[in-house]
Design a protein around this ligand. Structure first.
Ligand code: SF4
Length: 196
């Protein structure tokens, strides 16, 4: 019985603190809660959103010494009330994955490989490309008939070659700015990943 309890605690509480509490006579549930508290002691807490799908489930994250130590559903969030699906529940693994891309990657024309570049270089490349595409595809006016059947040239000031794609983790404010940028660039093609 004692051995079984110790084994269970090793798995459930995942540490020597849990074992020590069990030795002192605390139940497995109490020991588990206490070790969780120790794990999060001194951690900085902030809220965030799951970035896997459009539901936008709220999460609470804990960071200790610059390292993410815990990620769980936010019980106060209006969308999920603390619950997460299997993808959201596994999100911490993607944060820690060695395969996670953390810097801009560039594949030069004709090259067969991606290379890491700096953010300044990436922004410059993007800005230049965006401007070139916008200039090359700009539609200033369009001809159409008015209500009397006369041909009229209307100002439209747009490009059909640029589209913006948003994501589930964007806040209302970010989406507002994203839409503004779309209008400034002259595109009405502003979409969200959830509709694809
Ligand atoms: S937890 Fe699941 S349902 Fe919620 S946003 Fe993430 S992937 Fe979507």
């Amino acid at each position: 019985m004692n051995l079984g309890r110790r084994s269970w605690l090793k798995i459930a509480a995942g540490g020597t603190a849990g074992l020590a509490l069990a030795e002192l006579g605390f139940g497995p549930g109490e020991a588990r809660a206490a070790t969780r508290g120790l794990k999060l002691q001194g951690a900085k807490e902030f809220t965030t959103a799951c970035n896997f799908c459009s539901c936008g489930c709220g999460m609470v994250a804990h960071v200790k010494e610059g390292k993410l130590v815990n990620l769980e559903g936010d019980p106060d969030h209006v969308i999920n009330f603390g619950a997460l699906c299997s993808k959201g529940a596994a999100m911490k693994a993607t944060h820690e994955s060695p395969q996670r891309v953390k810097a801009p990657m560039y594949r030069a024309p004709g090259s067969d490989r991606w290379v890491e570049i700096g953010w300044d270089e990436a922004y410059e490349k993007l800005a230049k490309k965006l401007k070139a595409v916008r200039d090359a595809t700009w539609v200033a006016t369009e001809k159409d008939k008015d209500k009397d059947g006369n041909e009229v040239e209307y100002p439209v000031n747009r490009t059909d070659a640029i589209a913006l794609l948003g994501g589930a983790q964007h806040t209302n404010e970010e989406c507002y700015l994203w839409n503004k940028m779309g209008r400034l660039l002259g595109t009405s093609y502003v979409e969200h990943q959830a509709r694809l």
